[in-house]
Design a protein around this ligand. Structure first.
Ligand code: BGC
Length: 759
């Protein structure tokens, strides 16, 4: 074994041969880390230690000389926009590029596995880690997460899709049991993971801290073995979140392969003991060790040189990504982009313009290569033609400062336009705790009110990871640009957008509600006494707001541009039946405005006659395309059976029920421009029959129906069969009751043979 540039180099191992050569003690040792960020080596057999580090929006390689768990002592790396921003780009290619850059930086830093992307669904806007997650919707999370995984792994570095699963809050995160029904788990909380595993083959998945329906995710064999490996075909390694394992034996038996961080040999000793005393077969350890050896093989590259990182180019990518991710929420009278024509005076207000907030707190915190502030970028852009002034307006610590307020008001009064940078304070959004409310700090709201009194041309630029409440103050601003926590180049990107050098094309991947109380999880977040009930079931985010037609501040999918887009000519075709059904859509999108812009075309599906309740619309496909003024482009989509299906707990599988589906294409979940109804054929969905099933269900059954009819028309049931009114009444009666009411005279021998049969 040798080392080049911090990266371990060794020849590929023959996994079965190496496995056979390992002692039980060595195998057990391999299944937990050697320290905080490294796996255990076995030098005798040339098995190197590999490094796993955070993630997800940059490489947090802890300085080897520093304390292992210090968040402030990592080596410099490009800080890309956080997932909250990237998710709002709706741009699969962009995330591929960001993934490649993350992979390249990991590789150069000697990192074998980058701990990301974070895929948890934004169930509540209060979740302290929402900035690390992509969306409230599993289709966006899955598609964008898959792009990140593909990009990272294309550079020979493993991704770690986290936190599997139902880790949607920070409160009590190590213990809380997420109580989620099967259908909701499958349709909302697992679907994004499933998409990534089946399309991008991540080399690792990280098991979450929390329990899922009472069982720790890191020790949950249903999750890790039955679903992840059995159903989805995952062939990688499952690593625990750091400190997620409470019982190392239960974890390995459930399908966990690597416990992190190291436990100084304690877990290994327990595993050896369990094998020696016959509690567990050694083959269980062998499986996990084989997966670890495979990961080592996948992430070490004996003959490929490590490329130098082009940090300048990564900074430009981070800048483009930040510009693509910002969401223009409102823009009255087309105030933006600002016209820096002759004589414009701009008052830049708010400490965040000078000291940007560009990432969240906790394990994802990157030590950025450099940080652009919007103030610097705007100052550089200002020349002789236009001028700017700056007033911080508030301090980052948030106390009232009347002098700062007065100075900001004076600058605003003297300017043509006031651009006010507002946001959440660092520490409000962090791993480890949830937010308490959605409000911006009061000091900032008072500042905005005072500025708006002095100048009626106000633009607000927001810096926050999770959504903030905007309804109570946005009337003070003519334009609001949601910049998110947008990485080290975010300041330059904001300047690009304000001045029209870039055109906003971000769209909300999370609804902004009018009030926190409107959120569907409100009464069940963050739970108590160790459990949190996902009582809203699948009605998460827009699936709930749209079903109840509740007014929101800005709907899912919303985002303005400096141009406008027209949608026309929706055509649909349907081919195939059931599992083979394919619905093809084609339409035309036209840039109907004055400048080049990028539109996100969104496809929503509604099942018009379903035997279970379903949301009024669900996002099933999207694409982003660039169009010059006046340019039109055809856009095609293909929906497959799975896009029309729901997960049936009763059948324990995804099910497509034939019937009508409404397909809507538009610019947000509430700005649907074109709609068509298609009819899709599928075999009749039969429910498993029980003696308790209603008579109506028995009658609808192709085998049970004729049998029952024959029985009812026999002597004992003739009254029921003869009278249509009685017949309708008995439809909802459980069959067992009907039999009892007949004084057990109905002979059910033939029927009972059908009970419990899989339809
Ligand atoms: C976080 C993970 C992170 C790990 C290592 C945990 O606290 O939940 O997301 O990857 O620490 O830092």
């Amino acid at each position: 074994m040798a080392t080049t540039k911090g990266f371990s180099v060794h020849d590929e191992m023959d996994v079965p041969v190496t496995l056979a050569a390992l002692t039980l003690e060595e195998k057990a040792a391999l299944l937990s880390g050697s320290e905080a960020w490294a796996s255990t080596p076995v030098e005798r057999l040339g098995i190197p230690s590999i490094t796993l580090t955070d993630g997800p929006h940059g490489v947090r390689r802890v300085d080897p000389g520093a304390e292992s768990f210090s968040f402030d002592a990592s080596l410099p790396a490009t800080c890309f926009p956080t997932a909250a921003a990237l998710g709002s780009s709706w741009d699969v290619d962009l995330l591929d590029r960001v993934g490649e850059a993350l992979g390249a930086e990991s590789r150069a830093a000697g990192v074998s596995v980058l701990l990301g992307p974070g895929l948890n669904i934004k169930r509540s806007p209060l979740c302290g880690r929402n900035f690390e997650y992509l969306s409230e919707d599993p289709v966006i999370s899955g598609r964008l997460g898959a792009a990140l995984v593909r990009g990272i792994q294309s550079r020979g570095v493993g991704a770690s899709v986290k936190h599997f699963a139902a880790n949607n809050q920070e409160t009590d995160r190590m213990q809380i049991s997420a109580e989620v029904d099967t259908r909701t788990l499958r349709e909302i909380y697992l679907a994004g993971f499933e998409h990534i595993v089946t399309t991008a083959q991540p080399w690792t998945v990280m098991a979450a801290y929390n329990k899922v329906n009472g069982v720790h995710a890191a020790q949950n064999s249903w999750l890790l073995t039955d679903v992840l490996r059995g159903e989805w075909g995952f062939d990688g390694l499952v690593v625990s979140d750091w400190g997620a394992v409470t019982d190392p034996l239960a974890a390995v038996v459930a399908g966990l392969d690597l416990e992190m961080p190291g436990t100084n040999g304690t877990s290994a000793r327990k595993l050896v003991q369990a094998v020696r005393t016959g509690i567990v077969e050694e083959s269980v350890l062998d499986q996990a060790v084989a997966r670890l050896l495979t990961l080592v093989n996948r992430t070490t590259h004996p003959h490929e040189p490590v490329q130098e990182v082009d940090f300048a180019q990564h900074h430009q990518l981070a800048r483009r990504a930040a510009a693509e991710s910002a969401v223009l929420l409102k823009n009255e009278n087309a105030l933006l982009p600002l016209d820096p024509g002759a004589g414009l005076t701009m008052a830049v207000i708010g400490e965040f313009a000078r000291t940007p907030r560009f990432q969240g707190a906790g394990s994802s915190r990157i030590n950025p290569i450099r940080v652009d502030s919007a103030l610097d970028a705007l100052t550089r852009a200002a020349g002789e033609q236009w001028t700017l002034s700056f007033a911080p307006g508030f301090t980052l610590s948030g106390e009232d400062d009347q002098d700062l307020l007065a100075q900001a008001v004076a600058e605003a009064a003297a300017a043509d336009v006031a651009v006010v940078f507002l946001g959440l304070a660092e520490g409000v959004e962090s791993e480890g705790h949830d937010r308490e409310h959605l409000h911006l700090p009061e000091v900032q709201i008072r500042l905005l009110e005072a500025v708006a009194e002095a100048n009626d041309q106000v633009v607000v630029v927001l810096a926050n990871g999770g959504v903030v409440e905007v309804a109570s103050w946005q009337h003070h601003a003519r334009a609001v640009l949601e910049g998110w926590l947008n990485g080290q180049a975010g300041g330059s990107a904001i300047a690009d957008l304000l001045l029209g050098h870039a055109n906003p094309s971000g769209r909300l991947a999370e609804t902004i509600p009018l009030r926190l109380q409107d959120n569907p999880s409100y009464l069940n977040f963050p739970g108590s006494a160790g459990t949190v009930l996902y009582g809203e079931r699948g009605y998460v985010g827009y699936r709930y707001y749209d079903a109840k037609d509740i007014p929101v501040a800005y709907p899912f999918g919303h985002g303005l541009s400096y141009t406008t887009f027209g949608y026309s000519d929706l055509r649909t075709t349907v081919e195939g039946v059931g599992e083979d059904a394919v619905v093809r859509l084609s339409l035309t999108v036209t840039n109907t405005g004055p400048v080049t812009g990028r539109e996100v075309v969104q496809v929503y599906v509604a099942d018009l006659a379903c035997s279970l309740d379903r949301p009024v619309r669900e996002l099933k496909a999207f694409t982003k395309l660039e169009l010059a003024p006046g340019q039109s482009a055809p856009v095609d989509f293909e929906l497959r059976a799975r896009d029309l299906s729901f997960f049936s707990p009763e059948h324990d599988r995804w099910v497509l029920e034939g019937g009508d589906f409404r397909i809507s294409v538009g610019a947000s979940s509430r700005d649907l421009r074109l709609t068509a109804t298609v009819t899709v054929d599928a075999p009749q969905l039969l429910r498993p029959l029980r003696m308790e099933s209603p008579v109506g269900e028995w009658l609808a059954h192709p085998v049970g129906g004729p049998l029952l009819r024959r029985m009812l028309s026999g002597a004992q049931g003739s009254a029921v069969a003869a009278d249509p009114t009685i017949f309708r009444m008995v439809e909802s009666l459980p069959l067992s009751r009907l039999v009892a009411m007949s004084g057990d005279r109905l002979d059910t021998a033939d029927l009972s043979r059908l009970v419990g049969r899989k339809p």
